[in-house]
Design a protein around this ligand. Structure first.
Ligand SMILES: [Zn+2]
Length: 103
């Protein structure tokens, strides 16, 4: 269990590194995981944290929601930052990934 939870200092510096990878250009979690050298799962975890904390720093994590590529349904109400499994309207799994940028 301790392996999957590195010390807080390291979590902190991972998050700073991820923050530096974010820009005005919207990027998917997969792109960010490659740029920051983190797993996609860690990226999502950090993004969720940044989503909450950045608001107090006059910056904002902008989430471009996932969308269905078949019927154009957009996952506006989705609060989780992970990629949805399938479209609730047409059941398609042909979905775009949520993308993240910094404002
Ligand atoms: Zn759909």
């Amino acid at each position: 269990m301790s392996d999957r939870h590195p010390p807080p200092e390291r979590r902190q510096s991972d998050r700073v590194r991820l923050l530096q990878c974010l820009s005005a250009e919207p990027l998917a979690a997969r792109d960010l995981s490659q740029t920051a050298g983190l797993s996609e799962r860690d990226v999502i975890e950090h993004l969720q944290h940044l989503h909450k904390t950045l608001k107090t720093q006059q910056r904002c994590l902008v989430v471009k929601p996932a969308a269905c590529l078949d019927c154009q349904f957009v996952f506006h109400k989705r609060t989780r930052l992970t990629r949805p499994g399938k479209c609730p309207v047409c059941r398609s799994t042909h979905l775009s990934e949520p993308r993240f940028s910094l404002a």
